[in-house]
Every structure is written in C-alpha cells, then in structure tokens.
Design a protein around this ligand. Structure first.
Ligand SMILES: CC(C)(COP(=O)(O)OP(=O)(O)OC[C@H]1O[C@@H](n2cnc3c(N)ncnc32)[C@H](O)[C@@H]1OP(=O)(O)O)[C@@H](O)C(=O)NCCC(=O)NCCS
Length: 149
C-alpha cells in the first residue's frame, strides 16, 4: 500500500483518529511553534498520523496513529520514517518518545529505552512528558544519522 504523506493541521479527523487510538489530544490545542503533524488519507479519510515537536537538536515524536482498518500495511513504519527524515532535515540529532502501547514496535525500528531523568530540559517540559503520559510509559530515544555535508 502506498499512501502519500503530507502536512496536516489539527482538525476533527485528527482528533477522532487520536481519540480512537487512546492518544492525547488536549495539548495539540496549545501553540507549539515547531510542531508539525503529518498524515495520509485512504479512501478520503485520514488513515494515519504522526507528530513531531522540534526543540533545537532534540525532538519529541508523538501522535503516531494508524486507523484500525489500515493497520499491518506498513503505514505506521512509513509515517515514522517520514517524521524521522523531516526531523533530521531540521538538524535534529535525537528523537525522544513516550509510549504505553508500542514499545516493541519502536524497539524494532531503532529506539532504545532511556531514563526519564536523562531527558533534555525542553523534552521534559512538554505536556506529554510532564503530565499527559503516565509515569509508567516507556521513554525511548533514537539518535538520527545527520545528512552528509
Ligand atoms: C503502532 C501503530 C502505529 C503501528 O501501525 P501499523 O501501520 O499497523 O504498523 P506497520 O504496518 O508499519 O508495522 C506493523 C508491524 O509492527 C508490529 N506492531 C504493530 N503495532 C505494534 C505494537 N503496538 N507493538 C508492537 N508491535 C506492533 C506488527 O506486529 C508488525 O510487525 P511485522 O512487520 O513484524 O509483521 C498502530 O498499531 C497504532 O496506531 N497503534 C495505536 C497507537 C499507538 O500505540 N501509537 C504509538 C504511540 S505514540
């Protein structure tokens, strides 16, 4: 399955998809200058979403969600790779995330567990980190390869 991934704004479909996946939406209403959402449509509906919030050399990956009916077709992996490439192009060196549901998915894609106390201040200050994700959520990171030149 090949679906075009493009920038999307926070809207009702985004809200619905994230809610269906039990992922937080409340902080998406808050302005974060360097937050971008990317999504893809299938049959005219938002089928997948990923978000990235950039804080200098660090980024928070969030809101990775694929609709139930579209799962298992490599959409999640494609969205993750897209967000990583976008972040790397912005000069991000390390991506961080919190997850209660998909630790193995991320571990298979190069993410490793990290100590929350080691989080950079800007990542620790995000709503996801400081309140929205439960303390039991796995905190993971991946170092990105910087483009040559
Ligand atoms: C995690 C998620 C994005 C994966 O989307 P997807 O499009 O089904 O994933 P892909 O098709 O690219 O990859 C499927 C592979 O990942 C594995 N996988 C999917 N979800 C997984 C999960 N939650 N935990 C572990 N492995 C998972 C599948 O078993 C499959 O493995 P295989 O390639 O060895 O067969 C999707 O299940 C989802 O939206 N989950 C709910 C929201 C969530 O947990 N988001 C992550 C936290 S931000």
């Amino acid at each position: 399955m090949k679906a075009a991934i493009q920038a999307v704004e926070f809207n009702h479909q985004v809200q619905q998809l994230l809610a269906a996946c039990d992922l937080p939406t409340e902080d998406l209403l808050l302005p974060v200058t360097a937050r971008r959402l990317f999504g893809c449509q299938l049959d005219g509906r938002l089928a997948g979403l990923v978000g990235v919030e950039i804080h200098g050399p660090d980024a928070l990956l969030r809101s990775l969600a694929v609709a139930d009916s579209a799962r298992g077709k490599a959409l999640g992996a494609a969205l993750l790779a897209y967000a990583e490439q976008y972040a790397a192009a912005q000069g991000v060196q390390t991506i961080y995330l919190l997850t209660t549901t998909a630790e193995t998915f991320f571990a298979q894609r190069g993410y490793s567990l990290a100590q929350r106390v080691a989080a950079p201040a800007a990542i620790a200050a995000t709503q996801q980190f400081s309140g929205l994700c439960p303390a039991a959520a796995a905190f993971m990171l991946k170092r990105l390869n910087q483009p040559a030149g």
